[in-house]
Design a protein. Structure first.
Length: 141
């Protein structure tokens, strides 16, 4: 008879690892899915959907990310202030030039499940526009 075992919170906290992704030349969506898998912990044997068992993720060179096809011209980010006529559209190129980390952050945020675990998972994500970062000693190559 097989038994299902759930990992304890203490076990999950002690087994978190650090992952590093270099975004230079990578496609936005494909990189975002790899990051989401690590943040959710789906690459672990002890994955449980209702327990936050993911790892820490550091992404560098977010300013050098690319998109395929005409997305660089046609992709638009929409935000609304809440007031009448408060909608604002920002093209992908402008968003990448102004705040390159926000592009990848939004892609990962929107791929994560919309539940109470999403905010905790996003706190474990660190994105840097260039190659320098403060978490260099955390993971091994």
């Amino acid at each position: 008879m097989t038994k299902t075992t759930l990992p304890s919170v203490k076990e999950v906290e002690s087994t978190r690892k650090w992952h590093h992704f270099d975004a230079q030349g990578k496609t936005l969506g494909r990189l975002a899915t790899q990051i989401v898998v690590c943040l959710m912990g789906k690459n672990k044997r002890t994955f449980t959907p209702h327990i936050d068992c993911g790892d820490f993720v550091v992404v560098t060179n977010a300013a050098k990310i690319k998109v395929t096809g005409n997305k660089a011209i046609e992709k638009v980010y929409f935000s609304h202030s809440g007031y009448a006529k408060g909608g604002k559209e920002t093209p992908f190129k402008d968003m990448l030039a102004k705040n390159p980390t926000r592009v990848l952050e939004l892609a990962v945020y929107r791929m994560l499940d919309n539940n109470k675990l999403r905010a905790r998972r996003m706190k474990r994500l660190r994105i840097f526009a260039e190659a320098e970062h403060a978490f260099a000693g955390r993971f091994s190559k």
